[in-house]
Design a protein around this ligand. Sequence first.
Ligand code: ADP
Ligand code: MG
Length: 450
Amino acid sequence: MTRDDWDQTKERLLKTVGENNYKMWINPLALASIDKGIATIHVPTTFLGNYVSQNFADLILHEMKVSSRDLARLNFSVAPKTAASAPSPDFRRKTNTKPVSTNPLYTAPLEGRFTFDNFVVGKPNELAHAAARRVAEGGPVTFNPLFLHGGVGLGKTHLMHAIAQELRARSPELNVLYLSAEQFMYRFVQALRDRKMMDFKEIFRSVDVLMVDDVQFIAGKDSTQEEFFHTFNALVDQNKQIIISADRAPGEIKDLEERVKSRLQCGLIADLHPTDYELRLGILQTKVETHQATYPDLEMDAGVLEFIAHRISTNVRVLEGALTRLFAFASLVGRKITLELTQECLADVLRASERKTTIEEIQRKVSDHYNIRLSDMIGPKRLRSYARPRQVAMYLCKLMTSRSLPEIGRRFGGRDHTTVMHGVKRIEELKQSDGQIAEDLELLRRALEA
Ligand code: ADP
Ligand code: MG
């Protein structure tokens, strides 16, 4: 870790903890050394060391890992008198400029490789990609908000960053603010505590484009939701573009106020579906080029990518990780990448992604199949048009997961295990007598195993 890295780490910490905390606790710290994964940080007093260690150690470690990946632990020790005295010149500059118009303190850093060029498009993400592209053109606002949702590791953050970077490149004059919902909450709480709500409101209401990632995070956090709702409305009224992502559709986010939900549903909702084989193969083919540039001498057998695309179907992040590991491993042992080597190197990942169907997936697939809402499937309604799909889903959960009946009941809106048992029995009977049900089951099972 260079001096620069440390300075940058501190700058990021300033953004996260806010000026007051920074001045009080972070700025007095001095990086003394890093050795065998342990960073020694000098503190002026034992008291300060204890406080920082209890309250900020995780955060500091997290930020330091950006440049020192192997760092495992921090060690605070009282410094010889001279270390860590005056605030760095950098910090002074920051405090003197009021962050109102360009809000450098509020927007989160963007990942350089998350661009549209690096995003592989396939059936499952076609709509989300097209909508993201449209918004990134920065033309007149046609749908507000754009709501992107999908499971973990399917490219939501990638698309969000791509939009932000494209907008900034095309229209540098636009004030684009990107942050996670968690950061939004953090800023909000901080503003409340520091009595800076006016600044907070001013900053958020003066942006041209507001992008909030992982908005499900604010569910159940009442005052943050309230503030988010007001910010949202103020911006929509001014016809400013808002882009939101979440791990599920607005209607399915629990503990989100109705008025927030309905606001979020006003624009375009685009779903990132789980990857299919073609998309996974496409992504692998793209990523393999970067790896081959890094390891030009490594050879790879035909069929290896196809094998991985077939066998690892969880999410793109896992897929990427597998490929990185494979190349690193092959280069270390100096062997060609064969199917055998792949199986050996990725044994644990392959095992982990073997038929690991979850209750949630089943509920999702079944409600899609019968065209009902997930909330109705899990909810209390007893109408036949909900009850039957519910029983089908319960049956599949029993069949395809290792969950117990009480556990399954819990996940279906807190139902009793006897209800689940009854449902499972009923479907077993129907499977014999009702051709349609038998066909549905077969279709669903195959889709879930794919
Ligand atoms: P999410 O935010 O939905 O959890 P991310 O956007 O962080 O997922 O994506 C996880 C990883 O997978 C990132 O490294 C991202 O670049 C990559 N990724 C996801 N979808 C694609 C895609 N269609 N093409 C290329 N890379 C992708
Ligand atoms: Mg994300």
